[in-house]
Design a protein around this ligand. Structure first.
Ligand code: FVH
Length: 283
């Protein structure tokens, strides 16, 4: 069913959202602070709103995807929101989402927060995921409209949940990037080729290790950190070896040094027999 959707914010992500909803057959109205960013979309069938207020007026579903929540407030502050569903796909914090949900409700609107787990090129493709939280009525009403953008995953009525899970997933990603870059620095210290190492060794290794993580989650939820694989004492020695090797090779392990300190601290507190999941108690 063709729906009217307004999109406020036509940066890299906002444009990808608008293009995908247009391609899915929806009637899309767009507004961006720098108006020229709407030109291609208008040429492809979108309607240009002259102001943010005009964009909000044009559709019952208003998607906002701008730099930060300060920009969201700046844009929507002077605009009536009565009867509108505001879907905010701007990256932010749980507290900001909860405050914005209250602010939209006071102004007569319904609020859904979203966390986009994709880069713009992935929008509309099979790997894209969008986390949603906030008004269940609004999410249920527009779930199918939004489905062409990405696989939807609704987390609950607390608007803060989408950013909470978004930040948790990004945290996992940054940890993986830190390990990958450090591994590459070590190989580069001997001018070893990186592309083949990454494709044939590192990615399969990381995938195999990722398979252990659900068991860690269960151990953490049970508060039970006994292990039958490398315990913290073994990892303490392994980490010291890593630090020594990086120094000898002239590479930096700075991205991972905080982990060494936490392992050392945990062992010093008498928990050397635990598995790595025990580090959660230090966090
Ligand atoms: N790009 C990505 O890979 C990530 C994927 C995960 C989600 N993020 C978040 O999406 C939000 C927008 O990101 P973006 O990639 O579209 O960012 P830009 O291309 O830099 O566009 C920024 C837009 O925000 C507008 N804007 C900024 N400040 C204001 C303001 N004070 N008033 C009105 N609009 C403002 C900006 O307008 P203009 O500079 O073109 O006039 C752009 O439309 C973001 O939260 C990511 O974390 C993307």
């Amino acid at each position: 069913m063709s729906e009217s959707v307004s999109i406020i914010g036509l940066g890299l992500m906002g444009r990808a959202l608008a293009e995908t909803l247009l391609a899915a057959g929806h009637r899309v109205t767009v507004w961006n602070r720098s108006a020229a960013k709407a030109d291609d979309l208008v040429a492809n069938g979108a309607t240009r709103a002259a102001t943010a207020a005009e964009a909000v007026e044009a559709s019952p579903l208003v998607i906002v995807c701008v730099l930060d929540y300060a920009a969201v407030h700046e844009i929507l502050d002077p605009v009536p929101l009565t009867g509108r569903v505001v879907l905010n796909l701007t990256n932010g914090r749980p507290a900001e989402a909860r405050e914005t949900a209250r602010w939209v409700a006071e102004r007569g609107g319904d609020y859904v927060d979203g966390g986009i787990m994709a880069v713009p090129q992935m929008i509309g493709g099979p790997g894209a995921l969008i986390l949603y939280s906030g008004s269940q009525t609004a999410f249920d009403r527009y779930e199918e409209t939004l489905r062409p953008l990405a696989r939807p995953h609704y987390l609950g009525t607390d608007a803060g949940l989408a950013p909470l899970y978004d930040l948790a997933l990004l945290t996992g990603m940054y940890g993986q990037i830190a390990g990958t870059l450090s591994a590459m620095a070590l190989l580069r210290s001997e001018k070893r080729p990186l592309a083949d190492f990454t494709a044939s060794l590192l990615v399969p290794w990381l995938s195999a290790m990722a398979g252990l993580q659900p068991a860690w989650a269960a151990a953490i939820e049970a508060g039970e950190h006994a292990t039958e694989v490398s315990n913290l004492e073994v990892n303490r020695v392994g980490m010291a070896n890593l630090v020594h090797a990086f120094a000898e090779q002239g590479a930096s392990l700075d991205l991972l040094l905080p982990m060494k300190k936490i392992i050392d601290d945990r062992v010093a507190r008498g928990h050397g027999a635990e598995g790595l999941s025990g580090l959660i108690e230090e966090l």
